[in-house]
Design a binder for this molecule. Sequence first.
Ligand SMILES: Cc1cc2nc3c(=O)[nH]c(=O)nc-3n(C[C@H](O)[C@H](O)[C@H](O)COP(=O)(O)OP(=O)(O)OC[C@H]3O[C@@H](n4cnc5c(N)ncnc54)[C@H](O)[C@@H]3O)c2cc1C
Length: 390
Amino acid sequence: MNSESFDIVVSGGGLVGKTAAIALAQAGWHVGICAPKTDWVDQRTTAFLWDTASFFETLGLWDILKTKAFPLKTMRIVDGTNRLFRAPQVDFSSSEIDLEAFGFNLKNSDILSAADEALAENHVTQIDGMLSEIIASDNGYELSVDQNGSPLKIKCGFLIGADGRDSTVRKTLFPGERKWSYPQQAFVVDFEHEHSTQFVSTEFHTETGPFTIVPHSHNRAGLVWLETPERVSEVISLDQAALEIVLEEKMQSFLGKISLASKPASFPIAGLIANTFGEGNAAIIGEAAHVFPPIGAQGFNLGARDIRDLVETLKRHTNTENRGQIYQRSRKADIETRTLGVDMLNRSLLSGFIPNQILRSGGLYALGKVAPVRKLAMKMGISPSFSLNS
Ligand SMILES: Cc1cc2nc3c(=O)[nH]c(=O)nc-3n(C[C@H](O)[C@H](O)[C@H](O)COP(=O)(O)OP(=O)(O)OC[C@H]3O[C@@H](n4cnc5c(N)ncnc54)[C@H](O)[C@@H]3O)c2cc1C
């Protein structure tokens, strides 16, 4: 029997893989997405920065998603450390850079179900299974997909790895990466609260990492707390009432009384950057290419820029042999700057070294007081393509 042949196969059905498959099918290619079916419901939320919301608008997904999205108009940083050098509170307001909001918070389950509908509407072939073997051929790749023990053979002209931090595509085609660890895990839970968040996302900087509250609505928010693994296992095993007290104290009761609205969960925190993001007829995107801690809503937003640049590269260079390398060149600076920036911010919090504390609190002081510096930081936080005059 002949194996099915695609112009492009995307491996991985997370937020990045599904979005990429939709964008590629809309550009006119015959696309297959290989992703194992799962019953796991991703209870996290993702803050789409302005740029990503605009990208989803071009994909025709924003009309549905904006009805479920909550605008984030102010980003507040509060120094919650007990250190000698503490920074003043800094508020970044989207109106300062003439935007209605920095971004929009959405449930991952809402994004994924909108994406599933769009995959079907755009005739993307969904292949239930794990990519297990990649063999280079004259015109692309011959792939083997493991479907509960039996292999399905398919072919493609271009292969995209969106298969997460343990990416099979990266390990097979682009071995070599920088990997590092953090003495932290992410503790995640949703809660309802008494006082309105007023569209403000609040990040408490603590000695063990950021403690970030992102609103889902006026009276419901999500917490992403980076803590030591020991403390995460301690708090995750508390009963509901005890956990509510710990969290309310930690957020200095600024939202009044809180009550948990989801089951607490923890996620591993790590850093990774691939040496190669693309070569020949293959590329990697999203966490297959770069992993860093969930700080400042950068991870998926960076993955969305990978997709946008890759689709543009493939459209512009239809007959070029080394499209993967062109993509690699276009992404290098953005990926390296974001990964380094998030890493430095996280490490500056963990460091007890006094000169580092002075630098961090001095930096926040400058952000709070010097308007041009603050505006530049806001624009850079949203997207590298925002110019100072935009
Ligand atoms: C607590 C938390 C909060 C976050 N909040 C934000 C935020 O507000 N804003 C933001 O921008 N980012 C945020 N992020 C980061 C964001 O979640 C990630 O960047 C994004 O989910 C990565 O998506 P992905 O599709 O690249 O990888 P994944 O979600 O890991 O998806 C990879 C998929 O590939 C599949 N797969 C693996 N191997 C194979 C194979 N061999 N064959 C086929 N499929 C395979 C896996 O099953 C999985 O479904 C957050 C992260 C965490 C942990």
